[in-house]
Design a protein around this ligand. Structure first.
Ligand code: UD1
Length: 352
């Protein structure tokens, strides 16, 4: 059904381009759709490559966000997004996850009484030192439609007094992974195998020289070689602290990868070591063991049966964690790869 409603998607960070890639074609079938790129991630390797590889429409608007602090970044996106929303008058905005872009977009819309649909709602780390935790709590409480990935998130929202318009649609990233698998884009050609794949970008792991050095030293002592696509934040910090890639001989530092390349590295690895949220799920969906360098995870269900393990202080134990036996794997975790259909149906219902 093609409605006359206009939806504005607001995205700006790498994980959001990925999620939007699989939903956008469906949005375009049913609504007038515009998209705003906040400019939070601006390097080609963090943004353009995903638009090209995943066939995402160029943004209707691209903001020129320069903010150096979280507050400044959020404020700049808010101010510019408000202007666009005033001119475009969408019937709803759609945001993903927990980044500063998500928060800025949601505040701009809420001030104009534009309903907000929040995808990946209800996630909590219970660590309010993470900017993402604040962002997701605030956005959930501003949203009119909340799409969650698991029953646990439904329960969490209830605890916070949010009962209505909460839909467990499963995880939209599962939709995309299934689509990639169906297209035969996962392969074993010319990929390093028997490696640990590693991603790292959380400020608490990267922004203190002692902490970053400790993590890199530990990765350098793993029993297998490490392939490490380096996030701009982490690269910036290594340069600032005068850490040289060539001093970590067990680590192969590579540039940030496109979505499909990234999945193929993971698919060919023996395990993932990460502090990313989304990568923990991708590892699970691809039946890869994950070690998460954090004190907590939003994706607690992945911890079952040793598929994921949290470790923060004594990273020397990673080698032992990599040997733990893996238990059964839940094919149905975070839905069945049909989140986008539920999202579209419920948005249509909302307008009825
Ligand atoms: C952001 C999100 C995080 C998400 C991550 C995915 C927030 C609070 N954090 O963290 O939840 O997991 O994206 O990558 O929104 N930079 C570049 N080039 C770029 C992008 C960033 O050089 O293309 C630099 C920025 O200038 C900044 C640093 O990297 O110095 C961090 O970028 P920022 O967008 O603030 O946060 P992320 O750490 O990427």
């Amino acid at each position: 059904m093609n409605t006359n409603k206009k939806i504005a998607t607001i995205i700006g960070a790498r994980p959001q381009f990925i999620k939007h890639a699989i939903l956008e074609p469906e949005l375009k079938k049913h609504f007038k759709h515009i998209s705003i790129h906040s400019g939070q991630h601006y390097d080609a390797e963090m943004s353009k490559v995903f638009y090209e590889e995943l066939g995402i429409d160029l943004p209707t608007y691209t903001l020129n966000t320069k903010g150096t602090s979280h507050g400044e970044q959020t404020a700049e996106i808010l101010i510019d997004t408000e202007k666009i929303l005033l001119a475009e008058k969408p019937d709803m905005i759609l945001v993903y996850g927990d980044t500063n872009t998500t928060l800025a977009g949601a505040i701009a819309a809420s001030k104009l009484n534009i309903p907000i649909a929040h995808i990946e709602s209800g996630m909590r780390s219970f660590n309010k030192n993470m900017p993402e935790e604040i962002n997701r709590i605030l956005v959930d409480h501003l949203s009119g439609l909340l799409f969650v990935s698991s029953d646990q998130s439904v329960e969490q929202l209830k605890k916070e007094g949010i009962y209505s318009n909460v839909f467990n649609c499963g995880d939209i990233m599962k939709d995309l992974i299934f689509a990639i698998i169906e297209k035969g884009l996962l392969h074993r050609k010319a990929m390093p195998t028997d490696i640990i794949y590693c991603t790292l970008h959380r400020p608490y792991n990267t922004d203190e020289p002692d902490r970053l050095k400790y993590i890199l030293d530990q990765l350098n002592h793993l029993n297998k070689n490490v392939v490490f696509p380096i996030h701009p934040r982490t690269k910036k910090m290594m340069t600032k602290f005068n850490f040289h890639e060539e001093n970590f001989t067990n680590i192969d530092f590579i540039k940030p990868q496109s979505y499909i390349n990234n999945l193929n590295y993971l698919y060919n690895s023996v395990a993932l070591v990460t502090d990313s949220g989304g990568m923990q799920k991708e590892a699970y969906f691809l039946k890869k063991r994950c070690i998460t360098i954090r004190t907590e995870t939003e994706w607690t269900e992945t911890l079952n049966n040793n598929w994921n393990a949290l470790i923060f202080k004594n990273l020397a134990q990673i080698n032992q964690l990599l040997e733990l036996p893996l238990g059964s794997w839940n094919k149905k975790l975070y839905g069945d790869g049909n989140a986008r259909k539920i999202i579209i149906d419920e948005i249509i219902n909302y307008f009825k």
